[in-house]
Design a protein around this ligand. Sequence first.
Ligand SMILES: NC(=O)c1ccc[n+]([C@@H]2O[C@H](COP(=O)([O-])OP(=O)(O)OC[C@H]3O[C@@H](n4cnc5c(N)ncnc54)[C@H](OP(=O)(O)O)[C@@H]3O)[C@@H](O)[C@H]2O)c1
Length: 366
Amino acid sequence: MRLKHTLITGGNGTLGREVIPRILQHDPDATVTLLLRAGRTAGVPHRLEELKRYVAHWWPGLDLTRVQAAQGDVTLRGLGLESRESEKLRSQVTTIIHAAASTRLIDTLERANRTNLSGTANALRFASLCPKFQRFAHISTAFVSGDRTGRICESELNCGQGFVNAYERSKFEAERLVRAHSRNLPISIFRPSIIVGDSWDGHIGSFTNIYLPLKRIARGDVRHISGPGTTRLDLVPVDFVAEALIRLVQSERSLGRTYHLAAGPSRATPVRQLVEQAVELAGAHPERPIHFVDGPTPERHLSCFFAYLAQQREFDDRNLWADLGVFAALRPSPQHLLPSVFDFCRSTHWGEKLPWEEKTCVAATV
Ligand SMILES: NC(=O)c1ccc[n+]([C@@H]2O[C@H](COP(=O)([O-])OP(=O)(O)OC[C@H]3O[C@@H](n4cnc5c(N)ncnc54)[C@H](OP(=O)(O)O)[C@@H]3O)[C@@H](O)[C@H]2O)c1
């Protein structure tokens, strides 16, 4: 399946900005429209320029004239598009990659639902109005599994689980909504686990999510971590997620299927190893050791992250193996991945000095 014209929501996010160059590379005729919000201080043209600088830095030589932006907001009816823009897009769009989300782990359910559930409903509605439509790629999360433990399969969704936070619950409801549309829309669902930097050079567009506690740990600000150090975290490099997504979206086999875009059971990283590597490779050496403890710790501001360290689970990836073939085997082991990830953290001072920007990106603050 050719990508032709792809509308990406969340195109300037951690994942979206790695998807853009791969579309251009896979299909020399493909064009892309990014649905971008105007920022508080920067309008859409300025945000597009920043994004193009990022792509041009890591992917020199790509023809970025094939990428344009439309101002919009997924929480608004019709994706907040101006009517002429909307009409033009509806006539062109063949694929939607719906990656826009509120990814804050401390959102209220109302706020999380507004972006993650209503935003998905608006994206689905828009897709249903596109006459040439071929595929709706919904970016879900492996954590729609909520508080389940053990092996989680790609085919499962509602298993009566509870949720650790509003983000998980809203993404679960969004995936449920997408599945309900699979009779009348061509849908594929992708569930990344925990996205970290590029497997070759560690680069990443924003130092949010897992980078927030890692920065604190690396700088020696954390003495206690709640949960056993043996829990295995599924960390997946952003290049693998983006590349697998684009390969699968173009494949007829992915129609109606769900995929864990994850490291998989054999490559998950024990928390203790991650913490030791954060300290060693990111350049800080706390004088006192870090303790793994049961129950709450004085580091209360990190409790939303520690909540993920209590559950032993693994994300089964048999659909990924079946439909990606040998590419699925190219996922790096933690031993190969973590040095690149932490090198990039160290060399950019955790996002304070970015090679494609004079200014900072979304730097880590907790
Ligand atoms: N990162 C991970 O570890 C991870 C793991 C599993 C699943 N996922 C899923 O992967 C997808 C992408 O995640 P990410 O890490 O790239 O997220 P991210 O870096 O937080 O970026 C979120 C993107 O969504 C956009 N967005 C938010 N609200 C919007 C709205 N109302 N209208 C239009 N755009 C809006 C943001 O635009 P602004 O710049 O305007 O805010 C940004 O481009 C999400 O669906 C997320 O749930 C991520």
